[in-house]
Design a protein around this ligand. Structure first.
Ligand code: MIC
Ligand code: SF4
Length: 642
């Protein structure tokens, strides 16, 4: 049998392991990206590895998340990142140049290569046939140091697309349909590979919207073929040389196939507070909307924004709605300016926000109390917007524009606007003056700028044969890393400062958590299904580690968070019998005997119960990491004994 695209990409990069679904494999990483919110920690870790220069083909450091600059923290971090980039041979995309995934796609992504990013939406690169994956900062630091990336060989779900999208139905509706079918945990351990005749009708920005938001399925990544459409996009970016063809063999197979008829899709929306709570827009029509936000790495391309501009042209934002638009990149912003799109938006009453993540990560533009905010973004977790009582609805740019005009949820087809067709430009503006290439030789002389917000790294201690402590918290299903380690304007600036940021662990779920963890001297976390979904932020493992969390026991884990826990020496376990979850309560005294790491024995002393648990350590390396007290100890060979 021939190979599908995923298998071809892995085969071309495999260093260790067998290509059997579920088996551990190690692959070579060609490119890495970081963003500022995860990057500071990733580079501190990279520094600790003692490597002189990055060993990838290309590494890029972006600043896009923390740009509110309400104090010295963010600008100090930016200066640190810029100096690290110069010192170690990394490209630096300056604040204002745009969102990492959008800029990477425009200026650096290359079909047929591997990309590892310290951000869960790195799969955006799958839109041009890259094997692009999100990971914790430490894994990205290891990749920059020339180490392979370890993952489970994914199952490949083929998504067969037929037909063509109808007017006012767009790529966002495709991925919302996939989320409706597969849910936020349906993609764990899988790659979604798109194929079939419908692929030809999707341009690169559309494909990348789909692969970007594939992250919400919990998938390892998503990928499209690299074809003539990819070539035309790269040519328009002045990068035709980066193109190469990539398609599945005619006889290739998939572990599972789902089919979507693009012509049958309708405008869809994900209701609060999960990306898979999908409904048809027409079924929620009339729901009052207080705010609309268009942008984020999912839907902020030139095509998306010109579509919005055309819909807003000659119309005005409803008096009850505040519309914010953040262009995905400086390239997008300059092109909508030159083509007049920006002026249509301004005339319509839009508030133009900076090119960056902005409201998507709660950095400004929070919705009013109890208000509905319709966003072209990818995540609508409770509280992420900055307003806990707000309800975020995720929808296409077309549906967002319709809600902004009418002030209520509106099927864009019902507005009576003539269909909008925005073609991919023949030539994008390729001004890279806000990307600083690394200086070649003299780099070693660069000194690193370290503001007071950059706190020293913390490491876990090696565990002994027994872990004991109390249950610090028991959570429900689908706990996101936003629950564990919130972002937003108050907390995000503290990403480089572990002691400070750890005060906020589980803040939205239980504001007493950090205090309790300190009083009880650390302990255990009990979780439900799909624990740790969402963001790749390793701070959701690092900060609990700092507070003394030694093991997390759940019904199941999300991929990136699981890897992050192991990287920081926190032992992940699942209940053998999910029903045992109900028997444990917060405050219980647990003892976990790990003298045989393959067969740990758990006892709930408070209830006098023995509970069977399975360690989630897929490879020999995972076991080594736990024994060493985390990857940093292992990589720098300086493990300390407890
Ligand atoms: C997100 O969308 O949640 C983020 C902020 O981009 C994160 C990374 C982070 O927490 O810094 C992600 O998606 O990985
Ligand atoms: Fe930024 Fe939002 Fe994309 Fe995360 S999902 S990278 S916060 S735009």
């Amino acid at each position: 049998m021939g190979l599908n695209i995923t298998q071809k990409l892995i085969k071309a990069h495999i260093i260790e392991g067998k290509m059997t679904a579920g088996a551990p494999v190690a692959i070579r990483i060609d490119q890495t990206l970081t963003q500022d919110a995860t990057g500071t920690m990733a580079y501190l870790q990279f520094e600790a590895m003692g490597v002189d220069r990055v060993r990838t083909d290309l590494s890029v450091s972006y600043v896009d998340h923390n740009m509110l600059q309400t104090g010295f923290e963010n600008p100090d971090d930016h200066a640190f990142l810029q100096s690290v980039a110069a010192r170690y041979g990394i490209y630096f995309s300056r604040p204002g140049n745009g969102i990492c995934h959008q800029v990477h796609l425009e200026r650096f992504g290359q079909p047929g290569t591997t990309l590892l990013g310290s951000d869960s939406h790195t799969p955006t690169g799958g839109g041009i046939g890259q094997l692009a994956m999100g990971a914790g900062g430490l894994d990205v630091a290891l990749a920059m140091a020339g180490q392979p990336f370890f993952l489970k060989m994914p199952r490949v779900i083929g998504v067969k697309l037929a037909g063509a999208l109808r007017p006012f139905v767009s790529a966002k509706d495709v991925i919302l349909e996939v989320l409706r079918l597969k849910t936020v945990k349906g993609g764990v351990g899988c790659v979604f590979e798109y194929f079939g005749p419908g692929v030809e009708g999707l341009d690169v920005p559309s494909r990348s919207t789909i692969t970007n938001m594939g992250a919400e399925l919990g998938a390892t990544t998503s990928v499209f073929p690299s074809d003539g459409i990819t070539k035309a996009f790269l040519k328009a970016q002045g990068r035709e040389g980066a193109w190469r063809r990539l398609k599945a063999d005619a006889s290739a197979g998939y572990d599972e196939v789902i089919e979507i008829d693009l012509s049958a899709l309708e405008p869809l929306a994900a209701m609060p507070h999960m990306p898979d709570k999908v409904q048809r827009v027409k079924d929620i029509a009339g729901l009052e909307v207080r705010q609309v936000a268009i942008g984020s790495c999912t839907n902020s391309s030139y095509k998306d924004l010109m579509t919005v501009a055309a819909m807003l042209g000659g119309r005005h934002v409803a008096p009850s709605v505040s519309l914010g638009i953040s262009p995905g990149s400086r390239q997008v912003l300059s092109m909508i300016t030159e083509s007049g799109g920006l002026s249509s938006m301004i005339k319509a009453g839009a508030r133009i926000l900076e090119s960056g993540c902005g409201p998507c990560i709660g950095m400004g533009f929070a919705p009013p109390t109890g208000g509905v905010s319709v966003r072209s973004f990818n995540r609508n977790f409770e509280g992420r917007s900055g307003t806990k009582s707000a309800g975020i609805i995720l929808a296409s740019p077309e549906t967002c524009a319709a809600a902004a005009i009418t002030g209520v949820m509106t099927d864009p087809r019902s507005l009576g606007i003539a269909p909008v067709v925005v073609k991919i430009p023949r030539k994008y503006n390729s001004d890279d003056s806000m990307i600083i290439p690394p200086p070649p030789e003299e780099a070693v002389k660069v000194s690193i700028v370290r503001g007071p917000n950059i706190a020293p790294l913390a490491r876990a201690e090696r565990p002994g044969n027994e872990i004991s402590g109390r249950v610090l918290i028991k959570t429900g299903d689908n706990i996101t890393t936003d629950h564990i380690m919130p972002a937003g304007a108050k907390v995000l600036p503290l990403r480089s400062n572990l002691p400070k940021i750890s005060e906020f662990v589980f803040e939205a779920v239980d504001a007493q958590f950090a205090k309790r963890a300190k009083e009880w001297g650390g302990g255990f976390v009990i979780g439900g299904e799909n624990y740790g979904q969402g963001s790749s932020r390793e701070h959701a493992a690092l900060a609990p580690m700092y507070l003394g969390v030694k093991a997390v026991i759940t019904k199941s884990f999300a991929r990136i968070h699981l890897a992050n826990l192991i990287n920081f020496g926190i032992l992940p376990l699942v209940f053998k019998d999910a029903g045992d979850y109900d028997k444990i309560s917060q405050g219980d005294e647990l003892v976990l005997d790990i003298s045989d790491i393959d067969k740990p024995k758990l006892e709930d002393k408070t209830r006098g119960l023995k509970i069977s648990v399975i360690p989630q350590l897929g490879s020999a390396r995972d076991k080594e990491l736990i024994k060493a007290g985390g990857a940093l100890n292992l990589a720098s060979g300086s493990a300390r004994k407890a």
